[in-house]
Design a protein around this ligand. Structure first.
Ligand SMILES: Cc1cc2nc3c(=O)[nH]c(=O)nc-3n(C[C@H](O)[C@H](O)[C@H](O)COP(=O)(O)OP(=O)(O)OC[C@H]3O[C@@H](n4cnc5c(N)ncnc54)[C@H](O)[C@@H]3O)c2cc1C
Length: 306
């Protein structure tokens, strides 16, 4: 826990970010988890994953942008991506963070950017997932989601809920009532015990409970985890409840548990790989380190072989 908290602290430290991003050894380590710095590299990776039977969601890295110009550039990158995905007939949707579209600047900027992306994606039936960030953004993200999904009638948008948050049980009920598509994950940010279960056992128990409700009453949930005990439990649950494979999908991160990804595909499950790309890979990489501090060994090995 101490290690996880320290790494998550480092994820938000500007000086460290500049040092790591400048270092020659960090880039190859990042490449294990990030498809590349350009959209073209990400699209090539998508085609390769599609050829192996995986669905893909593309994420343009960048969060907490501080100027309207940066947010507009993120929006334009997504507009270009949507165009390329459809031109190339890729089996791929997109994931984005509202703070990358200007949520920290003002809500109107963020809404306008998101609306432009949803409008471009809608005619192609291309799905847009709003990633979930730290708890300071949970309510706003869900409010913006509801405004787009219910208020403005975009049916091609979905959200993410995190099983470490106490509030997620109520949020799952609400999303099921709306018929919203939910990705369920454990949660990757540093949260206080007043808001989130501090013990992993509780996070895992809650994941199973929320997954059960989404599988029984939800709309095509995305079960995002690499936890093989939970995945085995889901497989057993859907067998027992006779829930067809067309009613849910598993989701995993690019570069994590590729063996398990291939196994699920071979067994006939839908498996979507979350493929991030872009130059702003530092906070994303640090969250992957926090999930599995053994990943830091990659950095040490890279140092040794420098
Ligand atoms: C598709 C997808 C989308 C996500 N979107 C969000 C989001 O929007 N918001 C959010 O807060 N979080 C998101 N996450 C991250 C998530 O919250 C967890 O932090 C992450 O998935 C690790 O939890 P786990 O379920 O794999 O279980 P854990 O119990 O953390 O891990 C189970 C096992 O998986 C393997 N593993 C897990 N992580 C790694 C890693 N980084 N490197 C190598 N092996 C690993 C290990 O073998 C580990 O024992 C997403 C995760 C996925 C898969």
């Amino acid at each position: 826990m101490l290690m996880r908290n320290s790494i998550l602290w480092a994820a938000n430290n500007g000086t460290l970010r500049r040092q790591v991003m400048r270092s020659r050894l960090a880039r190859p380590v990042a490449r294990r988890f990030v498809a590349g710095e350009t959209a073209m590299q990400a699209l090539e990776t998508t085609a390769q994953l599609n050829a192996k039977g995986a669905h893909v969601t593309l994420d343009y890295l960048g969060e907490n942008v501080t100027s309207a110009a940066e947010a507009a550039a993120v929006r334009d990158t997504y507009l270009g991506l949507i165009n390329e995905i459809t031109q190339r007939s890729l089996d791929c949707n997109v994931s984005l963070k509202l703070t990358a579209l200007g949520l920290d600047i003002d809500h109107d900027t963020c809404w306008a950017n998101l609306r432009a992306i949803l409008q471009a994606a809608q005619p192609h039936d291309l799905f847009v997932r709003l990633d979930m960030e730290g708890s300071a953004y949970t309510q706003t993200t869900l409010d913006i989601f509801e405004q787009m999904f219910v208020g403005e009638g975009f049916r091609n948008v979905g959200v993410v809920l995190q099983s470490y948050l106490y509030r997620s049980a109520n949020d799952v009920e609400r999303m099921n009532e709306l018929g919203a598509r939910v990705r369920l994950c454990k949660g990757a940010y540093k949260e206080p015990p007043t808001l989130a279960y501090p013990d992993k056992a509780d996070v895992d128990r809650n994941y199973r409970e929320l997954a059960r409700r989404l599988l029984c009453y939800g709309n095509y949930p995305g079960l995002a985890t690499h936890d093989s005990a939970i995945i085995d439990w889901v497989k057993q649950f859907v067998r027992d409840e006779r829930i067809g494979r067309e009613r849910y999908e598993f989701q995993m991160l690019y570069g994590v548990r590729r063996d398990l990804q291939q196994q699920l595909i071979a067994e006939g499950h839908h498996l979507r790989v979350y493929v991030p790309f872009g130059e702003a890979w530092y906070p994303y990489l640090m969250r992957r380190m926090a999930e599995r501090p053994a990943n830091l060994l990659f950095i040490l090995k890279a140092l040794r072989h420098r």
